[in-house]
Design a binder for this molecule. Structure first.
Ligand SMILES: Cc1cc2nc3c(=O)[nH]c(=O)nc-3n(C[C@H](O)[C@H](O)[C@H](O)COP(=O)(O)OP(=O)(O)OC[C@H]3O[C@@H](n4cnc5c(N)ncnc54)[C@H](O)[C@@H]3O)c2cc1C
Length: 416
């Protein structure tokens, strides 16, 4: 691919830059991220009204009908200006694309534009205490009542921004007597409905951005179903593909700006003993080169998307290498602070906060180990992992996991 802007892209970049300069005060800086719900929403509305949120979304979904490269330019310019991330990043990156792909026209009309302006914040309710990597093992039940609506009971966990959210996409089990991937159904859930409780979990970075969420007899109208009954797995795949791509697939920053670390290194290097300067320079040079390799590999995928191709399993490699590089850059930035690096300075401590948040990135949206499995099986064509619960119903698979005797269907499969 060509790394230089085309004339159209250069014109778009100029437009984006002048918008950011004009609205600098309203957009805030990195220290504002996630600190104030109302201001975060207002910032996003300013960006949306300026055409900088939902760049690639179709216009009928409230978006601006632009290209992936235009979106990448917006991301680059916002990062360059030190603007905080979007509060509704889960909604925009994952929930919205799922509603676009599987929602009814009524759902699209009601939800999408409000989501892009952060009038409504959305969350993704998939993981549970006993199902993360093995998502299809989830246990939250949705049972149909006499009115044809659904009654939901269960618990989700690690749900980012659930404490701020107005809506969520909720993956539930509607039929335990078929194979585990087949008995799932997806819904849009009103996070303010009676019976929904979101409890923030404190992280080691000091923040509390994700939650455990409890559902106690929560009634969801059938009109809020996303996709067919029992088709929840394929709806969830849409979300997961969007998630993997938005986390490192498109060459965007993964939690840390390599350019900001470069400025930090330049500022602090001369304060080190001369013998150490060369070592730090080399270590940073290597990490920066890796960051560039991840960025440009991501751009190659953007080019593929511009041609109409879908991001495939190779998007996993971007997240895997991007996470490792981001962690190395954060380590370098904190170590440069010497003894002060052990403490979050009053009103500062941004490098320490970033360093503490990055291990989570190696887990969210697919752990490093699971991504390696995906690359091994689906990119390199290596033999798949053995799967003990392949030919059994969900109910039988829980019995096996709980130490019960082998399920009948599994014995059958082994004999065959
Ligand atoms: C910052 C952050 C934000 C998150 N946000 C959300 C959110 O908004 N919504 C949501 O639903 N979830 C969210 N999650 C949850 C996330 O999707 C899960 O944590 C993730 O899928 C891993 O699941 P788990 O935590 O249950 O770990 P497990 O699946 O129990 O894994 C435990 C360990 O076993 C390893 N392992 C598991 N299976 C295999 C295998 N087949 N081969 C090799 N090793 C394996 C894993 O790599 C890991 O090291 C978030 C997590 C984090 C850290």
């Amino acid at each position: 691919m060509d790394f230089e802007d085309t004339p159209d892209e250069a014109a778009w970049r100029e437009k984006v830059r002048s918008f950011i300069t004009e609205h600098r005060d309203e957009l805030g800086d990195r220290s504002d991220r996630g600190h104030d719900d109302v201001r975060s929403r207002q910032r996003e509305a300013v960006l949306y009204d300026g055409g900088l949120v939902g760049v690639t979304w179709p216009t009928e979904a409230g978006g601006h009908g632009g290209t992936p490269m235009q979106q990448a330019i917006v991301d680059q310019e916002l990062a360059r200006a030190g603007a905080p991330g979007l509060v509704n990043f889960i909604g925009i990156g994952m929930c919205g694309p799922t509603v676009i792909a599987h929602g009814t026209q009524d759902q699209k009309d009601r939800y999408l534009k409000r989501l892009l302006r952060a009038d409504d914040i959305w969350c993704q309710l998939f993981s549970e205490p006993a199902s993360g990597s093995d998502l299809a093992a989830l246990r939250t039940r949705a049972v149909r009542n006499a009115d044809g609506d659904w009654v939901v009971n269960g618990q989700k966990v690690w749900t980012t921004v659930a404490h701020l959210a107005d809506y969520g996409i909720l993956l539930t089990r509607t039929d335990p007597d078929v194979a585990k991937h087949k008995g799932l159904t997806m819904f849009v859930v009103d996070m303010k409905a009676p019976g929904v409780t979101a409890r923030p979990l404190r992280q080691m970075s000091g923040g509390a951005e994700f939650n455990e969420v409890f559902f106690d007899d929560v009634v969801i109208p059938d009109s809020e179903r996303l996709g067919d009954v029992g088709a929840g797995w394929s709806v969830a795949i849409t979300t997961l593909m969007a998630e993997r791509f938005s986390l490192g697939g498109g060459g965007g920053e993964l939690g840390i700006s390599p350019d900001a670390v470069a400025a930090h290194v330049a500022e602090h290097l001369s304060s080190l003993p001369e013998a150490r300067q060369g070592v730090v320079r080399q270590r940073f040079g290597r990490a920066f080169a890796e960051a560039l390799a991840t960025r440009y590999t991501g751009y190659r995928q953007l080019s593929a998307i511009s041609r109409g191709d879908m991001p495939g399993p190779e998007a996993s490699a971007g997240k895997l290498s991007g996470t490792a590089t981001a962690r190395e850059l954060a380590d370098i930035a904190v170590e440069l602070l010497g003894g002060d690096g052990a403490f979050a300075a009053e009103g500062g401590g941004q490098w320490q906060a970033i360093q503490a948040s990055l291990p989570g990135l190696a887990i969210a949206g697919g752990t490093n180990e699971v991504l390696r499995n995906v690359i091994g099986e689906r990119v390199l064509g290596l033999p798949p992992e053995p799967r003990a619960d392949k030919n059994v119903t969900f109910r039988e698979s829980i019995a096996v996991a709980a130490g019960g005797s082998e399920a009948p269907a599994q014995k059958e499969a082994q004999r065959a």
